[in-house]
Ligand binder design. Sequence first.
Ligand code: GRF
Length: 226
Amino acid sequence: MSFCVAVLLSGSGSNLQSLIDATQAGKLDVDIRLVLSNKPDAYGLERARKAGIPTAVVSHTDFSSREEYDTEMVRIIREHQAEAVIMAGFMRIITPVLLNAFPNKVLNIHPALLPSFPGVHGQGDAADHGVRFSGCTVHFVDAKMDNGPIIIQAVVPAFNKDDGESLGARILRLEHRIYPQAVQWLAQGRLEIQGRKVVVLDAGNQPSVCDDGQGAYMVNPPLEDF
Ligand code: GRF
């Protein structure tokens, strides 16, 4: 039986699409049981419907506290028998109510090399800072925003002419590679948290170093079949 996940999102859902595509390609052994959004007009909901995945909208404006909101999310996620929660552009701070319901089973992707440039403008903040490299990070979620143990990172160059949009596009392409990989490791039970560090069991010990014609990038731990 496949590992069952729920995906939380608020917007376009291109990361959801990368998970759907990897599943349909037979590379990712998960069953996406639910896509839940806090925004009724999130395009990610449309992507889910097209893929035949059940959707739910839980509007935060209907709840008086973050804890009440998360309690309702937990109820719906459990109703769909998901055992892990994949945050893919979900623009809400979650509370221990959700974290404790799915211990060490909540993942997030962030469009910068954490712990640099946390927050909602990671790509623009990195570009404005004049960094020479940026990238993306998949991490376990803990009670602090963009803080939990790091599973995988991808690195791309940043150039003086970059703004948040151009750098963000370069990063997003790699998000679509590393998120399915990290979720596959979770599904395979290959992630062990040791304090701040994550051990990926049986992973290669040298990063993927690539230039596929669209630009150079590096991924660590190395990508397997993604
Ligand atoms: C991505 O950049 C992700 O890193 C961040 O939110 C964005 C979501 O994009 N957390 P999409 O909705 O998956 O296209």
